[in-house]
Design a protein around this ligand. Structure first.
Ligand SMILES: C[S@@+](CC[C@H](N)C(=O)[O-])C[C@H]1O[C@@H](n2cnc3c(N)ncnc32)[C@H](O)[C@@H]1O
Length: 315
């Protein structure tokens, strides 16, 4: 598969890195790397594959056997944990920990149409939303995801689709060159609270957008005014890498401080145990294990339970 980057501002940045990515995915010293590679190799070749990326991430073919389907299922199980999805691989439904489609449904009618846009999805996980962005006719979608297993899940889909519009790369936002000004839309969803300096993250996002480009920012928030922020001293919902949870008015004021324009909060939703839960494809603990069942609305550490806001803004 070839990067369709010719003539794009991204060519100088990414073309020299591509061989390094394939090397990293082959030689990283992660203990599970051999298992993941075996899983990818075990994926059976299936002919006449088509995709429906408008209603979900749905791979179809009328041309496969039950033996192939069983091989496929075994191979995909080797890429556990499946957190972001769901995915349909022919007859196999991957019921992921998260109903990421619900997040997509909350935002899709509020954002600039993605037709012919160059899009960045920071912290894209398995790439679920990247595929939905391609389904919304984006020209090119670059997803950044440092966790290798999620890169492998993206490659499992790519093995069947060979779609040069969608790339998930093993990079962090901090690796993007400063002042790239290359993307028409940037999604940062579920990343801001993982950053020790939220302002650095917002500045990186702004610098990567072209003038007039759109930021779609989704993050954990708390109730409160433009002074409200929670910085959990210990864990938050068992996560030890959570830093700043602002109130929505404070988050809006951070964006104003950085001279973002047209700032709008388009959704605030409390995460439910229907949206994030343990499934056969993600067998570890999940949201219900992180909540205080004696005190509704609180995490086991006594913090407000997870609530997420989606904001849009323009450079
Ligand atoms: C909570 S998940 C969100 C996934 C997806 N964006 C969504 O909204 O469903 C956050 C993802 O961001 C990745 N991540 C964390 N820090 C990052 C960084 N600095 N740059 C890029 N990705 C990052 C994590 O590995 C993780 O997969």
């Amino acid at each position: 598969m070839q990067f369709c980057l010719q003539g794009s501002e991204l060519e100088d940045w990414l073309n020299p890195l591509l061989p390094k990515f394939s090397q990293l995915l082959k030689t990283s010293n992660h203990g599970k790397l051999p298992l993941w590679h075996t899983s990818l190799k075990q994926l059976p070749t299936i002919e006449d594959v088509t995709a429906n990326l408008n209603d979900g991430v749905i791979l179809k073919s009328t041309n496969y056997t039950s033996e192939q389907q069983s091989l496929l299922r075994d191979a995909l199980e080797g890429l556990h944990p499946w957190r972001k999805g769901p995915f349909t691989f022919f007859d196999t439904e991957i019921d992921t920990e998260w109903r990421s489609d619900w997040k997509w449904d909350r935002l899709k009618n509020h954002i600039d149409p993605l037709d012919n846009r160059t899009v960045l999805d920071v912290g894209c996980g398995s790439g679920y939303h990247c595929w939905r962005m391609a389904g919304a006719n984006a020209k090119l979608v670059i997803g950044l995801e440092p966790m290798l297993v999620y890169n492998m899940q993206y490659w499992a889909i790519q093995q069947y689709l060979n779609d040069p519009r969608v790339w998930v790369l093993p990079l962090r936002m901090e690796d993007v060159p400063t002042n790239l000004k290359a993307f028409d839309s940037i999604f940062s969803m579920g990343v801001l609270y993982h950053r020790r300096s939220p302002f650095d993250h917002l500045i990186e996002l702004k610098e990567a957008l072209r003038p007039g480009g759109q930021l779609i920012l989704e993050t954990l928030v708390i109730d409160g005014d433009d002074q409200a922020v929670l910085v959990p001293e210990g864990r938050y919902a068992r996560m030890n890498n959570v830093w700043f949870l602002p109130g929505v008015p404070l988050l809006e004021s951070w964006l104003r401080k950085l001279k973002f324009k047209d700032i709008q909060c388009i959704d605030v939703t409390e995460t439910t145990v229907q949206e994030q839960r343990t499934t056969p494809w993600m067998t570890y603990e999940s949201l219900t294990d992180n909540l205080d069942h004696n005190r509704s609305g609180y995490t086991i550490e006594g913090h407000p339970a997870p609530k997420r806001a989606i904001l849009i803004a323009r450079t």
